[in-house]
Design a protein around this ligand. Structure first.
Ligand code: ADP
Ligand code: MG
Length: 696
């Protein structure tokens, strides 16, 4: 087997390859573009394109594609070959700087939320040199942004890149106050991807999994996750083989897959990479998800990336570990000296302020039909945003706010004077799994995102909200220096923390008391996507995005439309799937079994006059009343579904799905599930939770 260090990044046009293959002047100006966001000259692009093509062809590539992330959230690619026929009937392989920089996918079928009238349906893709090009299945993939010709973003990446510029600018204004020279500040991200693996054979027999990615029916298995035997357990050989191939593929693509283990739920697993800058980290996560789905089939498995494939069993999340770095330094790392700590406190306060001010936007960024089933249930955080700081930091915050002395017997005493801030130890011992937004020593872990989500929205919002906090601070502090600056900064931290302390909660986020307490604190609680989406178009949100040039009002409105439509379409698919399964799969099977029981009763009576058939009759009665209940709920669902389809306003439609249709879907499911445990195993038409979760 090849050495990992030889495989790693072998399919990536990374800095090492660039340096090897580009003339040094070209390499230097490309690096300037990558590291400092300088614009790229076409002459440079031509040279890069040539080198990239030569490299790609050597690696067996025949095609190239502009790889982008339309608003559907997944990745898109259209392959063009390098082929260029020449007049004598032969062909050369060509690829120009222009083809590298810009592409024109026929984009009329991507969601745009009304941004792009069909007569001007063409958008264009623009090379993002800050994320490396790579070769996947003999195709040179060029990460790109996707915009309309009038300049509006039609993708997930463009606003993310804009938010990165915003945070860079504001963070550097703040750091300049600490006497630091400019160097790009970048948000970093490590995303932990959870997923389920089940057998392909079972999957193929379940219309709900095939159509919606989740089981819409299924009685709880005899054993769930209560024995806690799966978490970190020995990995089954087939799964292990899958994970090995996945690692190798990802490593060759320069994705630093690091940790893999079995998760809490049966058949659930996790992969965590080593963090990198947020733009590349999201590209890598999307690649990881794609490879998981594709490679599973090599082992007769299907990879489920839905946030809640099985009711009553843990859902899958995608924990978003986020921090800010300047060069090699992590800005959320508490430092050694008092000044380091003051800087740390400024950034920490910035995050607290950002998360409190824009809690609804953060909640909105992870809202989806699938995540609605996950949040607030089975080891997932609730739909209420709060921050876990850990005991020590919380004590420091309290001390600052109340202006009392901070004393910690084992550690340091803190004088709240100007120049002696505590030299605190980083506290990452406490792992509060119930917190949606937890400080874990030198980064924040946002745990609300579901496994299926594209993390761009969440990070775009986090970056922009943080840029706002930093801007407020810089605006208030610029012009102050020395002790003046220090005392003003501490006072600023004190008042800001006092104003936003309500968002800090170290307790059990799963407890019912927390819901009541959060309401008392005035924290927002939006249980469903339909409730969570409208805040996107609030004047407060639009003002934030416009202030930092991250999204225009038109872009915000179009994104809100796309999210609403997606939710409504998914729910429509779910209802149709449910109805069809009940009518064509479950009712016929249950009726057949009931008839068999009825025939059995007659047969027994005929064979043995006066036989006691009370049990058989009782079973038959329960089957028949179950069928009746199923039919009642099915009719109710059908009627309301038809009415909902007539609703013109998409928000109203979403509200109806969330608050009226889903409760009926739950009843219909319960009615079918109740019969699953009555009907003979051989008559039950689909694999059960017992079958699917404990396959060998
Ligand atoms: P766990 O949360 O499972 O204990 P770790 O804390 O080691 O695991 O890391 C979880 C994820 O956080 C990993 O993907 C890791 O690369 C990422 N991470 C670590 N440091 C940072 C950072 N400064 N910025 C962003 N992500 C980070
Ligand atoms: Mg973690």
């Amino acid at each position: 087997m090849a050495k990992v260090s030889d495989i790693y990044g072998s399919m990536v046009f990374n800095e090492h390859t660039m340096q090897e293959r580009l003339p040094s002047a070209t390499y230097k100006s490309l690096l300037k573009t990558i590291k400092e966001g300088e614009p790229l000259e076409i002459e440079v692009a031509n040279v890069v394109a040539h080198a990239m093509k030569e490299w790609a062809i050597e690696k067996g590539a025949t095609h190239f594609t502009h790889w982008f992330q339309p608003l559907s959230g997944i990745t898109s690619e259209k392959h063009d070959s390098f082929l260029d026929p020449v007049s004598d009937g032969r062909a050369i392989m060509s690829f120009s700087g222009k083809e590298l920089i810009q592409g024109e996918p026929d984009a009329s079928s991507f969601p745009s939320g009304g941004l792009r009238a069909t007569f001007e349906a063409r958008g264009y893709t623009a090379w993002d040199p800050t994320s490396y090009a790579f070769i996947k299945d003999e195709v040179l993939c060029i990460p790109t942004a996707f915009c309309s010709y009038t300049g509006e973003a039609l993708d997930k990446k463009t606003p993310l890149l804009r938010s990165m510029s915003a945070i860079d600018e504001q963070a550097n204004r703040v750091l300049a106050l600490f006497g630091e020279e400019y160097e790009r500040v970048v948000p970093t991200l490590g995303s932990e991807q959870e997923y389920f693996l089940i057998s392909e054979k079972d999957y193929a027999k379940r219309m709900d999994l095939v159509m919606t990615g989740r089981t819409m029916f299924g009685y709880a298995p005899c054993k769930g996750q209560e024995l806690e035997e799966h978490y970190f357990g020995a990995i089954r050989p087939t799964v292990n083989e899958f994970m090995k191939e996945l690692d190798n593929e990802l490593w060759s693509l320069g994705v630093s897959a690091r940790t893999k283990h079995n998760e809490v739920a049966p058949a659930q697993h996790e992969l965590a990479p080593i963090f990198t800058n947020v733009n590349r980290a999201i590209d890598e996560n999307l690649l990881t998800m794609e490879k998981m789905r594709l490679l599973a089939s090599h082992y007769g498995l299907v990879c489920l990336q839905h946030e809640k494939p099985f009711a009553g069993i843990n859902g899958s999340g995608k924990h978003n570990n986020w921090s800010l770095s300047k060069g090699k330094r992590n800005l959320l790392e508490p430092g050694e000296s008092p000044m380091d700590n003051l800087r740390f406190l400024v950034f920490l306060t910035g995050v607290i302020q950002a998360v409190d001010n824009y809690q609804e936007l953060l909640r909105m960024s992870v809202a989806s039909a699938g995540n609605d089933h996950r949040l607030g249930a089975d080891e997932a955080p609730p739909a209420i945003i709060s921050i876990f700081l850990g005991d020590e930091l919380t004590e420091i915050v309290d001390a600052l706010v109340d202006e009392h002395e901070y004393t910690n017997a084992e550690k340091v005493a803190m004088d709240l004077g100007v120049d002696v801030l505590p030299n605190f130890l980083k506290d990452n011992t406490d792992r509060n799994r119930t917190s949606p937004f937890a400080f874990t020593g030198n980064k924040f872990e946002f745990r609300m995102p579901g496994s299926a989500v594209n993390l761009s929205d969440a990070n775009m919002i986090l970056n922009t909200a943080m840029a706002k906090s930093l801007k407020d601070f810089a605006d208030a502090m610029e012009g102050k220096a020395g002790e003046d600056f220090e005392s003003a900064a501490i006072e600023y931290i004190r008042t800001t923390l006092a104003a936003h302390q309500r968002i800090i909660f170290n307790g059990n986020g799963y407890a019912d008391e927390w819901t009541a307490e959060a309401a008392r604190r005035g924290l927002s609680n939006k249980p469903t996507t339909a409730d969570a989406l409208p805040c996107f178009v609030d004047p407060k949100s639009i003002a934030l995005f416009e202030e930092f040039g991250v999204l225009s009002e038109t872009e915000v409105r179009s994104r809100y439309e796309v999210k609403l439509e997606k939710y409504n379409k998914l729910l429509n698919i779910e209802v149709r799937t449910m109805k069809r399964m009940v009518r064509r799969i479950f009712l016929p099977a249950i009726n057949e079994y009931a008839t068999e029981v009825a025939n059995g009763i007659n047969a027994i009576r005929a064979a043995c006059a006066g036989a006691d058939v009370a049990q058989q009759e009782e079973l038959l009665r329960r089957l028949l009343s179950g069928i009746r209940e199923i039919d009642t709920q099915l009719r109710a669902l059908g009627k309301l579904h038809h009415e909902t389809l007539e609703i013109k306003n998409e928000q109203e439609k979403a509200n109806t799905y969330a608050h009226e249709i889903i409760p009926i879907m739950d009843k219909l499911r319960a009615a079918v599930d109740d019969l699953e445990v009555l009907v003979d195993r051989d008559h039950w038409p689909v694999p059960t939770y017992n079958d699917m979760l404990f396959y060998v």
